[in-house]
Design a protein around this ligand. Structure first.
Ligand code: HEM
Length: 284
């Protein structure tokens, strides 16, 4: 999805493998409690060596993005022209994310030009936020359903009815599968891939419900605890998709008892895609 149109064959496989390892390692480092975050005075010492390892990985990512970009831009130059029109024509059928970004870079209207550094940053954002979150969600959905066979059975019955036994589930089916959607919501309640969201940092002193949150402090929202709060959820530790059937609780971040994608201005930018990627029906 990100740049499939660029690399072919072996090159794509090698780069893909290197990329996958780097993503895995970076995710591990991001999830690691870092003493430097809690005692900023010690950050300089980088006691656990996390910063050092991240720097090495950052270089590795940069090389991968460079390779993809120079390949794509090189291809453009070979044709003698670097016009947006040319890119559009060559990839009319198979547009990947990079293609859209390059269109913005060379924006016809010049309103939103992007630099190559910004393009790399956007690719990085998509990779970090959009890969393990979705794959972890799928794994938890599968595991929960295997432990509760009646939920699996119900999901299968819904699939048989809406998709049909011999058909392949398509993206267009997703909205017609309310039970499966409830399964996904319930799994994200019990296993939010970002259990304390990402740290937020207020730009000014703020008063919330009588509590003063100091400017520049690091704020974690313990979504995991909210999602299992017995004063909010009945049998909170129980996997029960039914609780989301006929419920108006959604991913908008407006229901403060349910925030798997966060809330407000920094809410997840990929909810629509996550809904599609995390639907087990598409992985049958
Ligand atoms: C089940 C899948 C996913 C979950 C649970 C999830 C969850 C989250 C959470 C909790 C945040 C932080 C929100 C906050 O701190 O308030 C976030 C941010 C973000 N997510 Fe997702 N995400 C998922 C999939 C995706 C996908 C597929 C993409 C893109 C393709 C994506 C792109 C982003 C981006 C770009 C941000 C940063 C937004 C910002 O800071 O303005 N996410 N996500």
């Amino acid at each position: 999805m990100l740049w499939a149109g660029t690399m072919k064959g072996d090159e794509r496989d090698t780069l893909g493998a290197e990329f996958k390892n780097a993503v895995g390692e970076l995710m591990e480092l991001l999830g690691m409690p870092n003493i430097s975050d809690f005692f900023p005075g010690l950050a300089w010492f980088d006691l656990q060596g996390i910063q050092k390892r991240v720097k090495v990985l950052a270089g590795q990512f940069d090389r991968i993005f460079e390779a993809v970009l120079s390949q794509r831009l090189g291809n453009e130059k070979e044709g003698g022209q670097t016009t947006v029109e040319e890119i559009k024509q060559s990839l009319e059928k198979e547009k990947d994310f990079l293609e859209f970004l390059l269109e913005l870079k060379d924006g016809e209207d010049g309103k939103t030009p992007l630099t190559l550094i910004e393009i790399k940053a956007l690719l990085m954002d998509m990779v970090l936020n959009g890969t393990e979150t979705s794959s972890n969600t799928i794994e938890f959905i599968m595991a929960e359903m295997l432990n509760k066979p009646h939920t699996l059975q119900k999901a299968q019955q819904e699939l048989d009815k809406v998709v049909g036994k011999d058909n392949v589930a398509e993206e267009s089916h997703i909205m017609k599968l309310p039970y499966l959607h409830a399964v996904m919501k319930e799994s994200l309640r019990l296993h939010p891939p970002a259990p304390v969201l990402v740290p937020h940092c207020p730009s000014e002193d703020t008063l919330i419900s009588g509590f003063r949150i100091q400017k520049d402090s690091m704020v974690y929202i313990n979504v995991w605890a909210i999602h299992r709060d017995p004063t909010i959820w009945e049998n909170p530790d129980e996997f029960d998709p039914e609780r989301f059937m006929n419920s108006n609780v959604d991913y908008s971040g407006n229901h403060f008892n349910y925030l798997p994608f966060g809330s407000g201005r920094r809410i997840c930018a990929g909810i629509a895609m996550a809904e599609r990627l995390s639907d087990p029906a598409l992985y049958e």
